[in-house]
Each structure stands twice: as structure tokens, then as C-alpha cells.
Write a protein that binds this ligand. Structure first.
Ligand code: AMP
Ligand code: MG
Length: 409
């Protein structure tokens, strides 16, 4: 049987990133960078004050204390957004606001709190003289040009997903637009005659379609454009017409759940194979052993299991990394954390994903199973906050063993 990591490697090998587009900075949230970004300026772009205070020469302020204060003439008033070309000479200083450029000749800034100038209301006029009660070191309260980064520095690599921090940095460097990958178009299908949409009253033999909503939520938070193919009934014609819509809508990926096992009415396999190819893999994992992967009209296709927990685990283990590659993201294995088991656990030797709640107890992470671990028990996923990964070959572990977990938060 194929190992999880071999299956993932095979899947990833079939994906390449989608095309790129240039977007305005206002539309970059969640997008994936398609170029390396170099700084276009030094930052800060000029020496500036990190406090509201008075820009001084060191010779005047080095020995100032509350017992031997220094009184200086205030020759200038420098607001943020302005600059001064008048040099500061011994015995002089300039009032300066946070972020304003240091005037020529100034070597440090004394905080207004360390002077006798106590006026706090806005639009206050600078005093004629100021008395300094506190010494400063050269460069104190000054942010030097290029302190943070230098022009030409490589600040972000292609493949990085842009969040608030990255967008802030791009704005700081003055990029009005950026080359990113377009969003992958992902078509999502559920299948089964027993499925009713949410809102419909349950009648005998029917259940609500949980997978469409759960997988849509996973996909939308992954930054894709979703094509909803709805629920196919268990007929070849309906499965075919819905999958063909994915082709018309130029999907980059098709994901279905259910209808790919041994049931007498599982038509997805037949339809996908008629216009593409489907590999059935028995992956050495639990839940989610049967995994269908292939192509329909050249579009990569995942057939996830129907049971909701299996579909969720299959998404996290196989679809998420594939989507990351498709969307242009740089590969990074999902981070694991080490936790200690609060109770013994058992499995059958396959790589097993158990639903656990992980809490910090006595300074270390402790993992407890959340109830029923059957592949249809979605409640156990909701009660948990992590998946515990038992490696293949492990059939049982006693309480207190160290285990690896994937956080779901
Ligand atoms: P199948 O692979 O079609 O045999 O489905 C396996 C199990 O998953 C069955 O119990 C189905 O009723 C259930 N199932 C399939 N699709 C969904 C869905 N969209 N939401 C909730 N349960 C589902
Ligand atoms: Mg079915």
C-alpha cells in the first residue's frame, strides 16, 4: 500500500502554478507573490527622530542631569513631513516631532519629558529656550537612514502568501501594484441520492449534505475561486453534466466527495475514466484509505471519501499541499508540534489521524481524544483543536508518550 508521503509526492508532481497577474495593492490580500521583492529605497529614507523632543549636539547634552541641567536656545521647530536646513550649533537645539528629519549638526534627541517644556496641548508654539535634565548618548532617539533595510535588499521571496504584514511592507516601500498568481479556480462536487441541501427538511433515508459546505469553507479560506457544482444524483448522466460544467468554466482543479467506492451506484469513477484517467490508490492511512486521483479533460481531479471526517483529513493531507503548489506558494511542510498523550491510543498500524483536544498543562501540550473516532463523526473534529498523527507501524502508544500534532486553529 502507498504511504501517505509517497502519495503526496506523486500528487504534487502533477501540479504546476497558475498564471500570474499584476494587481493593485488594495487587492493583494491573500494573494501569492510571483516575484522576489527588492527594497526600492532605504528605510527609513532619512535620519529621523523616534520621539517628540529636542534635537541637540552631544557636547551640550552629554553631561546634563537633574542636578546640572543645560539650557539651550531653540532655533527651529521641525514638524513631521517638513525638514530644516539650518545647522544646530553648540548651545542650540531644535524642537522636533516623531518622524521628522534630523536637522544638520544634530546628533541626538532629548525626549520632551526630560526637559522643562511641559506644554502638551496641540499647536503649542516652541519655547525660546529649553532646559535639559537628562544626558543622551550619540544617536539616542534617532532612527538612522537604512536602520530597517537598505535599497536593493531582498525583502520577500516569490511564493509568499500576502497578509497584512507583507502588504504593509510593500506599501512602506511604495509599491502601487505587484505581480501575483491568479487565484486557482476549483470546482467542487458532492454526490449521492441521500443528500439534501441545508434547509430542506430531512425525510426518510436522507441526510444533509455536509461536505459541500465544509469543503467550500476550506477552499474559500485557501484563497481560491470556487465553482459550485452542487450535488450529483447517483446517475451517470447527472455526474457527467456536472463535471462537464467544470471543464466549461475552465477549472484548474476538480474536487468531489463520495461516489468513488465499491457501491453499485458510484458513477464518478466511470465518468472520470471515460474522458481522462483515474488512479485508485489505497493509501496507508486512517481515515481516508481510498483516494481517487486523476484527470478529467486534463484537469486534475481528487475523489475524496464521502464520510465527512475522511473528506476533511483527505483535504488537509493531500488537497491543501496541492492547492498551495497550484496557487504558486513555496513548499513548506506543515508545521507539527509535540504533545504528550493524556491517555493510551490504539490504531491498526496505518498512518492515523486522530481528533484530539490539545491544552497546555504544567507548561506542556497535552493531547486527549475527542470521543468517537469514526470517519462519520464530525462532532469529534469540532470538539477537537488538532489532529494527532500516529506514524505507520505504530499500533498502540501508552499514556505520556510524545506525539506529533497538526493544529487546526
Ligand atoms: P459513498 O462514498 O458515496 O459510499 O459515501 C460514504 C458515506 O459518506 C455515506 O454514508 C454517505 O452518506 C456519506 N456522505 C457522502 N457524501 C456526503 C456529504 N456530502 N455529506 C455528508 N455525508 C456524506
Ligand atoms: Mg454514495
Amino acid at each position: 500500500m502507498l504511504s501517505v508521503s509517497d502519495a503526496r509526492t506523486r500528487i504534487l508532481a502533477t501540479f504546476t502554478p497558475v498564471e500570474t497577474v499584476t494587481l493593485p495593492i488594495d487587492d493583494l490580500a491573500g494573494r501569492v507573490l510571483a516575484v522576489d521583492v527588492d527594497a526600492t529605497t532605504d528605510f527609513p529614507p532619512f535620519d529621523n527622530s523616534s520621539v517628540d523632543g529636542f534635537a541637540v549636539k552631544i557636547s551640550d547634552a552629554v553631561a546634563a542631569t537633574s542636578d546640572s541641567p543645560r539650557t539651550l536656545n531653540v532655533i527651529d521647530d521641525i514638524r513631521a513631513g517638513t525638514y530644516s536646513t539650518t545647522p544646530i550649533r553648540p548651545g542650540q537645539c531644535a524642537r522636533i516631532m516623531t518622524g521628522a528629519p534630523l536637522p544638520p549638526g544634530a546628533e541626538a534627541v532629548v525626549m520632551v519629558e526630560d526637559t522643562d517644556f511641559k506644554v502638551r496641548f496641540s499647536e503649542s508654539i516652541a519655547p525660546k529656550t529649553v532646559t535639559v535634565f537628562q544626558s543622551v548618548r550619540p544617536g539616542e532617539n534617532v532612527r538612522q537612514r537604512g536602520d530597517d533595510l537598505h535599497e536593493g535588499d531582498l525583502v520577500m521571496l516569490s511564493g509568499r502568501r500576502l497578509g497584512a504584514r507583507e502588504i504593509g511592507l510593500l506599501a512602506m516601500l511604495g509599491f502601487p501594484e505587484m505581480l501575483v498568481y491568479r487565484r486557482p479556480r476549483v470546482a467542487l462536487l458532492s454526490s449521492g441520492d441521500e443528500l439534501l441541501p441545508v434547509g430542506a427538511e430531512l425525510t426518510s433515508g436522507k441526510i444533509h449534505d455536509a461536505n459541500s459546505y465544509m469543503l467550500a469553507a476550506l477552499l474559500e479560506s485557501s484563497g481560491v475561486e470556487l465553482i459550485r457544482l452542487g450535488v450529483a444524483s447517483d446517475t451517470e448522466a447527472d455526474v457527467r453534466s456536472r463535471l462537464e460544467r467544470a471543464v466549461q468554466e475552465k477549472a484548474d482543479l476538480i474536487i468531489s466527495s463520495a461516489g468513488v467506492s465499491m457501491g453499485a451506484f458510484d458513477y464518478i469513477k466511470a465518468v472520470v475514466e471515460s474522458d481522462g484517467g483515474l488512479d485508485f490508490w489505497k493509501v496507508n492511512m486512517r481515515p481516508g484509505k481510498p483516494l481517487a486521483f486523476g484527470k478529467f479533460h486534463g484537469i486534475p481531479f481528487f475523489g475524496l471519501p464521502g464520510n465527512p471526517v475522511s473528506a476533511f483529513v483527505g483535504f488537509e493531507v493531500f488537497v491543501r499541499p496541492a492547492l498551495e503548489k497550484l496557487s504558486g506558494q513555496a513548499f513548506h511542510p506543515r508545521p507539527t508540534q509535540t504533545a504528550r498523550l493524556a491517555e493510551p491510543v490504539e490504531s491498526d498500524g496505518r498512518e492515523t489521524y486522530l481528533r484530539v483536544i490539545v491544552n497546555e498543562e504544567n507548561g506542556q501540550l497535552t493531547a486527549r481524544l475527542t470521543g468517537h473516532q469514526g470517519s462519520g463523526n464530525l462532532l469529534s473534529l469540532v470538539q477537537g483543536n488538532a489532529l494527532l498523527i500516529l506514524p505507520s507501524g505504530v499500533k498502540s502508544l501508552p499514556a505520556s508518550s510524545e506525539v506529533q500534532i497538526w493544529s487546526l486553529e
